[in-house]
Design a protein around this ligand. Sequence first.
Ligand SMILES: [Zn+2]
Length: 155
Amino acid sequence: MKANTKMCNRCDQLLPLGNFYNQSNTKDGKGNYCKKCKSEYQKEQIKMLKATDPAMYLLNKSCYAAFERGKITYNRPGYENVRCSYDNAMSFLKALWDDVFFRNEWIAQTDVYVANNYNYKYRPTLDRIDPELGYEKDNIRMLPQHINVSRDKAV
Ligand SMILES: [Zn+2]
């Protein structure tokens, strides 16, 4: 194999190393799928999650959106002071999912949403109990979109 190239485990093409993302837990420090395949793979995973576990799929989307909002660079009016106390969207998602009360409410509301033909007003969303505070532990509850205090901005 030529130096500075790597075989993609998905499309079986020999490609320059620049076509692979860095990944700390592999021998050569590069992912096993090329960037194009990695992106396709992630899209497939999300599609599968949507079909097999809609509650987790929706919470995943909400957590990523909320985490984006919590960034210091997010300047949408009304969100200047909203922060997310978690280090990344994944740990935010995990904290919520591991909370049995929260998770059960989220799943129950997802069932309502699905039963109502994905009518957006029934979608489960993350509501900040105290709107002055950010997305942080003990300040988040599940509310269906139509009663979330921030309504159009609900995630
Ligand atoms: Zn590939």
